[in-house]
Design a protein around this ligand. Structure first.
Ligand code: UDP
Length: 326
């Protein structure tokens, strides 16, 4: 990559995008973020250039590609509320899927061949075997996951036909915050376990609803694989460098390979915050598999990805951020 080359980050004002942007800039890469700020935060884009814009607008995309010498794209932009995707699938099919086709079109017009795509373990659907390997069948059970899978399929077809080079990164449960507390997790509305439990610790919510205590897991609550947002950010940089070194288009799981139950997460939060987290058992949430745990050995082997943060550190960084910004 030459000095003049810029990495375009779509959705770089969001949670994972902003952490990736920070890591890229710290490593000396030049970036430009495009974000429509529907869910993202302008204050999270403290590094590189920023364009307020939407992938729906082909003309605006073309102007960005004209202005900057774009070497590659990291594509985060997309809505990420699974529940909402059931209620209003069109919003997801248009914004997440169709608008990605706009991005791919403009990349092709400008001869930009490399893309890292923010995919998800939700593309697998209900697991038939754990830990989940990349070869596991992909049968998503909600429109959010379906749209992510459709994008993976488009990338594969475009790669075959037009020579696009891509890496799909299938995240498990992103969590934690920038240890320097410059950016962190801030969703509105918030639906995720850790920030909601931290809200309870701060007294901003009366209790945590636990969605289902009757799963066939060790304590009856769902098991998930939590991975620190900076570990995810680093994987994007490794994936980009892998493509620049001539690596083949491929898909990688990104998780810690350890499963923790909702109850274990809550217990760890109690220990770290030294606060009581009142919880109430409510019914299961639609579309929640009992257990999701990754095999991430492929990313470790091929991308040389190493995980820096364990659950306690994930929660500690999230707590530090939450105390300042919750
Ligand atoms: N969860 C919960 N109460 C909440 C939010 C989440 O019990 O208020 C559970 C949820 O059912 C899942 C786990 O916590 O088993 C992680 O959920 P989250 O929404 O953080 O991430 P997801 O696994 O849906 O991507």
């Amino acid at each position: 990559m030459s000095d003049a080359d810029t990495i375009l980050i779509t959705g770089g004002a969001g949670y994972i995008g902003s952490h990736t942007n920070k890591q890229l800039c710290k490593k000396g890469y030049k970036t430009v973020t495009i974000d429509n700020l529907v869910y993202g935060h302008r204050s999270f884009v403290k590094w590189g250039d920023f364009v307020l814009g939407d992938l729906a607008d082909l003309q605006q995309l073309r102007l960005i590609f004209q202005k900057y010498s774009i070497s590659s794209v990291i594509h985060f932009a997309g809505y990420a509320y699974v529940g909402e995707s059931y209620e209003n699938p069109e919003k997801y099919y248009i914004n997440n899927f169709a608008n990605t086709l706009n991005l791919l079109r403009v990349m092709r017009e400008f001869g930009v061949q490399k893309i890292i795509f923010s995919s998800t373990c939700a593309t697998y659907g209900e697991p038939i075997q754990l830990p989940l390997m990349e070869s596991h069948p992909q049968n998503p059970i909600n429109p959010y996951g379906t749209c992510k899978l459709f994008i993976e399929k488009a990338l594969s077809d475009y790669s075959r036909a037009y020579g696009l080079q891509y890496v799909n990164l299938r995240y498990f449960n992103a969590a934690g915050a920038d240890p320097e507390c410059e950016i962190g997790e801030k969703h509105n509305p918030e639906t995720h376990l850790i920030p909601i439990a931290l809200d309870v610790a701060l007294g901003h919510r009366p209790h945590l609803n636990i969605f289902g205590m009757d799963y066939s897991t060790k304590d009856g609550t769902c098991i998930r694989d939590y991975i620190h947002v900076n570990d995810l950010a680093n994987a994007h940089i490794l994936a980009l460098e892998y493509l620049f070194q001539g690596g083949m288009s491929d898909s990688f799981n990104l998780g810690s390979e350890s499963g923790y139950s909702v109850q274990e997460v809550v217990d760890t939060i109690k220990k770290i915050t030294q606060k009581d987290i009142k919880s109430v058992s409510v019914g299961r949430r639609k579309g929640d598999p009992a257990s999701l745990v990754s095999s991430s050995s492929k990313a470790k082997q091929i991308l040389k990805w190493e995980i820096q943060y364990k659950l306690e550190e994930i929660i500690r960084t999230a707590w530090e951020w939450h105390k300042k910004n919750g």
